[in-house]
Design a protein around this ligand. Structure first.
Ligand code: AMP
Ligand code: ZN
Length: 145
């Protein structure tokens, strides 16, 4: 695969070896390394070895190359520590969605208890929706394909 780099991108620098990382896996397509924040122990990032800013920039081949590796890397993280009881997989796109590094990456976040240092909140707004509201949203998305 041809790799395109962005000279100002911190993850491109990690991929090129210009900045150190705690790499746990790499191949021609992806590099997986410890997230420096270690939100929970084992918190790992998987990045494509070519610079793409976010999920919208993947073509099908890049998506296949990157996302097909996630289960294998997830198993390695899970099996690395018997205390790991679960794993959240997260991909942030856009500042509003908490993306801070604009080289696309997938977070693998091991979970130890329901009160460890990671949380997510999905509010249930279904009581505010009627059939028309659901179908309007459904059709707005469907029409984009
Ligand atoms: P996001 O907020 O989804 O864009 O995630 C970016 C992640 O990159 C954060 O969790 C940071 O802790 C992590 N990060 C930033 N710089 C480095 C670095 N040099 N090595 C490893 N992880 C990093
Ligand atoms: Zn990059």
């Amino acid at each position: 695969m041809i790799h395109n780099y962005d000279d100002d991108c911190i993850f491109c620098k990690i991929i090129k070896g210009e900045i150190p990382s705690y790499t746990v896996y790499e191949d021609d397509d992806v590099k997986a390394f410890l997230d420096i924040s270690q939100g929970t122990p084992g918190h790992t990032l998987v990045v494509p070895k070519t610079h793409v800013p976010d999920i919208y920039a993947y073509d099908a081949d890049l998506a296949a190359a990157v996302f097909s590796k996630i289960p294998m890397i997830a198993r390695a993280v899970k099996n690395s520590n018997p205390e790991i009881k679960g794993l959240n997989i997260l991909n942030n796109n856009g500042k509003v969605a908490y993306q801070s590094v604009f080289h696309s990456h997938i977070h693998l976040i091991p979970r130890y208890t329901d009160h460890d240092d990671f949380g997510m909140r999905f509010k249930d707004n279904s009581s505010k929706y009627d059939e028309k509201a659901y179908t309007d949203i459904q059709n707005a998305i469907k029409s984009q394909f």
